[in-house]
Write a protein that binds this ligand. Structure first.
Ligand code: AMP
Ligand code: ZN
Ligand code: FE
Ligand code: FE
Length: 290
């Protein structure tokens, strides 16, 4: 069989995507992909369903996650691939994050109410599709009820950091996240480095050196929002530090930004060899542990 292409960064209704895990697996197969990774934000709740649908229809699904880590000035997301989804430490750490979210979400609703906006937490839960609830779901409700004219306006006026209904989110440090990803046999990869808010190449290289010490194995080089120059730089950094190069579209099932699974805005075509590299990395022992 000829090698198909892959998409290693996807969201489902288990976090803030629009398709259920089964739907996205079927969609990927219809689109002619060879494998996908499901990488929901801070949760593995969609993985059992996604994996079993993959088995049912004969399509390779990689159990993954995308974890938000403490970082400034931008944001740091860490991907984990080939996780053991039944690993006790992984499950305990993610349950802790879910409890923190359960405390945060009603506070966002309360802040919106105090601004005179008629939004209940229950309405927000309803649009979330049964998965983890977060700010994108608040944005959807604000849009539906006509308080804003776009999803983005909801963030800009109310939900983003510094806006009046913002409530901070509990995050793990990169070191903590890398620890439990590795403990759960996951291969840890730094997602979309261009959101870190770093000033250039040297700062990113310093950060990578630190993260590699803490268990990082790869860099998400291929991503729709990366410029050609960024991709070139990330490739050099990955090669220099022995990091795997992964990629994905970060598809959420929202067509408004013209992005589709597997191809991004048409420019992406990632080889299955990336999956083989990840598998090989998974069976290699960690170089340093602390
Ligand atoms: P939460 O985990 O509840 O804080 O929500 C985080 C998600 O909200 C991210 O994954 C983005 O999809 C979305 N998001 C965060 N900041 C913004 C922003 N400034 N504009 C639009 N969407 C955003
Ligand atoms: Zn998302
Ligand atoms: Fe991300
Ligand atoms: Fe993502």
């Amino acid at each position: 069989m000829a090698m198909g292409h892959v998409d290693l960064h996807l969201h489902t209704t288990a976090s803030d995507g629009v398709m259920s895990p089964s739907e996205i697996v079927r969609y990927a197969k219809v689109k002619g992909l060879q494998a996908i990774a499901i990488t929901d934000h801070d949760t593995i709740e969609g993985l059992e369903e996604g994996l079993s649908e993959g088995e049912r229809i004969g399509f390779e699904v990689i159990p993954g996650i995308e974890i938000s880590a403490v970082h400034s000035p931008g944001s740091m997301h860490l991907l984990g691939f080939f996780l053991d989804i039944y690993h006790p430490l992984l499950n305990e750490r993610l349950e802790y994050l879910q409890r923190a979210r359960a405390e945060r979400n009603p506070k966002i609703a309360e802040k919106l109410n105090r601004l005179g906006i008629d939004v209940t937490y229950e309405e927000v839960v309803k649009v979330s599709g049964g998965g983890q609830v977060g700010r994108p779901h608040f944005a959807q409700v604000l849009l539906k009820k006509g308080y804003v004219r776009s999803f983005q306006e909801a963030f800009d006026r109310f939900l983003k950091k510094g806006a009046p209904a913002y409530v901070d989110k509990l995050r793990f440090t990169a070191k903590e996240a890398l620890h439990f990803i590795n403990e759960a046999k996951g291969v840890a990869v730094l997602a979309h480095p261009n959101t870190l808010g770093l000033k250039g190449y040297a700062e990113l290289e310093n950060l990578l050196l630190q993260l590699v010490e803490e268990g990082l194995k790869g860099l998400e080089v291929y991503y729709p929002e990366h410029s050609a120059l960024e991709v070139a730089q990330y490739r050099i950094l990955a090669e220099r530090h022995g990091l795997l190069m992964t990629g994905g579209t970060d598809y959420h099932g929202i067509e408004k930004n013209g992005l589709d699974i597997g191809v991004g805005r048409g420019e992406m075509r990632l080889s299955y060899s990336i999956v083989e590299d990840l598998k090989a990395a998974r069976s290699r022992p960690l170089q340093s542990r602390r």
